[in-house]
Design a protein around this ligand. Structure first.
Ligand SMILES: [Zn+2]
Ligand SMILES: [Zn+2]
Length: 406
């Protein structure tokens, strides 16, 4: 069996792994490079044709650094992914008005523990905890050899028996863990914040992080300052977030009214315009001025909404009793659009709180995971310094080569 880590050994994201066994070849992920903070988004110049023939691509999850290049694969390459992964990618593509990445090839659903046989290889997916719903790890078997690929994960006690090679992510090998361990910690902190804050709670987070959105929505039933009963804070979401939640099985998290964050043209034939018009026609959208009108709302925002928020503040929205919750990886603070947003809130007198727990295994969790898996060898991917895996690999042989023959 031949394993080629075609990309992802030197940096976080852009994972592409090829496994060949006899006549059968599969890919584990086919990700695009993550844009560098502060840099303009560029086309990924990886030459997908250099991969050669692959019968199938198995996606660990929908994040672009794992799925971003699949549309460039030939249509004969079948796609295997969890229903959540396929559902999220499809609705993102529909909203953005681009061809479905899943559209031109055979798509097969993956389910926890259900083995798939493909020629001389078999793949068994296992659910993984990560900041993308439907994330999976893959056990690949062929010619008596067994490999586990983690994709991205936060924690796992998976043990699959004899393991010749573990290919693990190592995001946190160069990063400090924050004060919040998991989503329960995050929700508790949000609840405390919502109790003591008289004004709005703006939450800057990823629209793809369903677990975080659930924590925010769950925390809003907080007791009023002063303790006089329960304050039910209205939820405000823009058209994009409401659309994604309603179409990926999370209507319970969707706000009744979406706000319009960017002006739309009802006559234009762009997907965003059509969806925004649809919500308006259904009476399920409202002007962003409702954010200003309800001083106790919980408002989901993204960095791209700075212009809208600036307009509201200039129009008289007082944020001096509000809090902006920064609920993403700290590194995004360096992003110019995020900086502009934070400056805006600080100038308006709002407080900024950092409440976040990342989707990746911390160093000690990773060490315990490797110990529990007991692999003969370990290779690290998705890390700014994969060599750091040596300090936590225990008895496992560390493999730094990109091409591995088992
Ligand atoms: Zn990733
Ligand atoms: Zn991820």
């Amino acid at each position: 069996m031949k394993i080629e880590i075609l990309r992802g050994k030197e940096h976080i994201g852009g994972n592409i792994i090829k496994i060949t066994c006899g006549e059968t070849a599969i890919l584990l992920d086919c990700g695009a490079m993550l844009p560098q903070i502060g840099e303009k988004k560029r086309e990924d110049d990886f030459d997908v044709s250099s991969i050669g023939r692959a019968d199938a691509v198995f996606l660990s999850h929908h994040h672009g650094d794992h799925s971003g290049l699949i549309e460039q694969l030939p249509k004969e390459t079948a796609l295997y992914a969890s229903p959540e992964t396929v559902g999220f990618m499809d609705h993102l593509d529909l909203f953005l008005g681009r061809p479905l990445r899943t559209g031109k090839r055979a798509v097969h659903g993956l389910f926890d523990g259900e083995r798939v046989q493909l020629g001389s290889l078999s793949v068994t997916p296992f659910r993984a905890k990560h900041s993308a719903e439907g994330a999976m790890m893959f056990l690949v078997e062929g010619e008596g050899k067994r490999i586990l690929y983690t994709g991205d994960f936060k924690e796992s006690d998976l043990f699959v028996g004899k393991l010749d090679l573990l290919i693990t992510e190592g995001t946190m090998l160069t990063r400090d863990s924050g004060p919040y361990r998991d989503e329960d910690d995050v929700e508790a902190a949000l609840r405390r914040l919502m109790r003591k804050t008289p004004g709005r709670i703006f939450v800057l987070t990823s629209s793809a992080n369903i677990g975080r959105i659930r924590s925010v929505v769950g925390a809003r039933n907080a007791v009023c300052p002063g303790g006089e009963g329960v304050l039910y804070r209205p939820i405000r979401q823009d058209v994009f977030l409401k659309y994604i939640l309603e179409n990926t099985g999370h209507s319970d998290l969707a706000a009744p009214y979406a706000f319009i964050s960017h002006r739309f043209d009802a006559a234009a034939d762009q997907a965003y315009d059509r969806i925004a018009k649809y919500y308006c026609d259904m009476g399920a959208a409202a002007s962003c001025r409702r954010i200003a009108a309800f001083p106790q709302s919980v408002v989901f925002i993204r960095a791209s909404m700075a212009a809208m928020l600036q307009g509201l503040m200039e129009g008289g929205m007082d944020v001096s009793e509000d809090v902006l919750v920064f609920s993403m990886w700290q590194g995004f603070r360096e992003d110019p659009a995020v900086r502009r947003l934070m400056k805006l809130f600080l100038q308006g007198g709002a407080k900024i709180e950092y409440i976040h727990s990342g989707g990746h295994a911390e160093r000690e969790t990773l060490r315990a995971f490797i110990e529990n898996c007991r692999p003969k060898a370990v290779a690290c991917i998705h890390s700014e310094n994969a060599k750091n895996i040596r300090s936590i690999a225990g008895d496992a042989q560390v493999i730094e080569e990109s091409v591995i023959e088992l």
